[in-house]
Design a protein around this ligand. Structure first.
Ligand SMILES: *Cc1c(COP(=O)(O)O)cnc(C)c1O
Length: 347
């Protein structure tokens, strides 16, 4: 049976065009700064996002961990949205690597400058941990792929600057946010000191994220990457996939969003399903199962038996993500098959 794999936008396989670009990439030893493909990718991302410099790293998790490392000191407080990737999906690394503690604020992954102001703790206080970093996630994964409102991003980063805090943007899916909001990547990145983007999500690359910011912050990130074991050698083979994706896979992201909408509209309103269509803003569909329904693990198992792979995101929460390796027709079929599984209802 051909499975329709909607577990994540990370399950894509590099296309033959991408593989050819990787095979043909000019390379050198990146730790001598001599890999032309890596240098080109870093320059291109810095320019796209309107920053001075950029650094290619192996994963989005490492990008986030480097961000925490260079923008905080042990014992500091980091303010972010609820269910941030940094808190939920990085195996406790922020506490282990950088010794920071996290204070989630707001709702559904989003928050405002007022939320930040209400929890802000100044340096030098005798009992409070100093708030030295605010981190925004755009789009927000566990929030259902929602776009962080730009007016809030600007206000949050401005307040951070006023108080001497740093600001970080986890933009693993910033390309999706750009499509939905109609804003440029540079606009979305502008408020923040340091920004990450992922090549291995909607852009369909096998590996890679890029950090971008001022020359000074990227120089520090360079050292942290080495400390974390993420410095590579002829990594131009990987960077070439990113360069190819920027040319070929950016313009099609809107299709993924349309497919997610199709799937969400099929599922919203089914008895036993809680799905807020307002949160379906990009390529992610998250729905909850009512208390009288089978739990997420059971729905995932039954869907797999019919040929659809989705993720149990929490006990009663299921996530489906569209991407360049599933067609509109497959998303339509996945919706019908999931509806069939949900209609069975028996526990
Ligand atoms: C996927 C993701 C990451 C981490 O990327 P990996 O390459 O899987 O480590 C970070 N932040 C967000 C919001 C993500 O969705």
């Amino acid at each position: 049976m051909d499975m329709i794999d909607l577990r994540s936008d990370t399950v894509t396989r590099p296309s033959s065009g991408m593989r050819q670009a990787m095979a043909a990439a000019p390379v050198g030893d990146d730790q001598y700064g001599e890999d032309p493909s890596v240098n080109r990718l870093q320059d291109r991302i810095a320019e796209l996002l309107g920053k001075e410099a950029a650094l290619f790293v192996p994963s989005g998790t490492m990008a986030n961990q480097i961000g925490l490392k260079v923008l905080t000191r042990p014992g500091d407080e980091v303010v972010l949205g609820h269910e941030a990737h940094i808190v939920w999906h990085e195996s406790g690394a922020g506490a282990a690597n950088s010794g920071v503690q996290f204070t989630p604020v707001g709702e559904g992954g989003l928050f405002t400058a007022d939320d930040l102001a209400a929890t802000y703790k100044p340096p030098g206080h005798i009992v409070f941990p100093p708030t030295t970093l605010v981190a925004v996630e755009n789009t927000h994964n566990r929030g259902g792929g929602v776009v962080f409102p730009q007016s809030d991003a600007i206000a949050v980063a401005a307040l951070a600057r006023e108080h001497g805090m740093a600001s970080y943007l986890d933009g693993a899916r910033l390309f999706n946010a750009a499509v939905t909001s109609g804003r440029s990547l540079a606009d979305l990145a502008a408020p923040f000191d340091l920004v990450s983007i992922a090549l291995s999500k909607g852009l369909g690359c096998p590996i890679g994220s890029v950090l971008t910011g001022s020359r000074e912050i990227i120089a520090r990130a360079h050292r942290a990457r080495r400390m974390f074991g993420g410095a590579m050698r002829q990594s131009g083979i990987l960077a070439a996939a990113g360069l190819w994706a920027l040319d070929h896979n950016l313009d099609r992201l809107a299709e993924d969003h349309a497919h997610a909408r199709l799937l969400a509209e099929r599922l919203a309103g089914l008895p036993g399903v809680e799905l807020n269509l307002a949160t379906v803003q990009s390529n992610i569909v998250i729905f909850r199962l009512a208390a009288n329904m089978p739990d997420a693990a059971m729905i995932v198992t039954r869907a797999a038996e019919l040929g659809v792979l989705v993720s149990a995101f929490a006990a009663r929460t299921v996530r489906a993500v569209t991407h360049l390796d599933v067609t509109r027709e497959e998303c339509r079929r996945a919706g019908d098959l999931l509806a069939q599984v949900i209609a069975r209802r028996e526990l």
